[in-house]
Design a protein around this ligand. Sequence first.
Ligand SMILES: C[S@@+](CC[C@H](N)C(=O)[O-])C[C@H]1O[C@@H](n2cnc3c(N)ncnc32)[C@H](O)[C@@H]1O
Length: 203
Amino acid sequence: MTSNVEAVFAAATPEELAASYDRWAPSYETDLSNQGGPREAVDLLVKYVAPSARVLDAGCGTGVVGGLLAERGFQHLEGLDLSTGMLDEARKKQCYSALHQQALGETLDFPDATFDAVTVVGVFVMGHAPSRSLHELIRITKPGGYIIFTLRPELYANSDFKPTMAALEQDGRWRLAEASDAFHGRFKAHPEVMLQVWVYQTT
Ligand SMILES: C[S@@+](CC[C@H](N)C(=O)[O-])C[C@H]1O[C@@H](n2cnc3c(N)ncnc32)[C@H](O)[C@@H]1O
């Protein structure tokens, strides 16, 4: 597992990152548990979002979050990811009605106000999707919809995520519904890694 984790964090370009995830895809779910990110995000999502909602799982990977949402009765799930290898694994779950190979941080190929909710679990991490992705995610979420994402507390505090999230609130683009307490992430080799789930409602 360590070499797969090291490879994704050593990637210098989105192409290298995608290739590292392509290689990791077949063993990703045996390396990581569902606890420590996906489960906690889904537990918060179901507090705010009805199972009839159209949900985009952004950075869906192999579809762990989609699988958990399907177990909770969600039937209108779509996934998006940089890595075709990860999307191939997600397709096997048969819980997504559509899968999209797109990159967060770029302009997304969806009309405004497409989704009732968006999840982003384990994707706002160093060298993955940048904070500017939030602008596009708000654009494609319906007003009154929800954006639910995980973030390491130190990344929130020491990167441009904190000012970006605050500016979006100040500009009236969204409002904070809930932020969870910090909990241990799911990297068995890195028990020191903590995460929080953030829930924002778009305006
Ligand atoms: C740690 S995995 C998390 C996958 C899934 N959400 C989960 O919780 O199991 C990170 C995923 O984000 C994808 N990813 C990284 N950067 C991305 C970007 N800029 N746009 C879209 N997907 C990205 C990777 O390909 C990988 O599938």
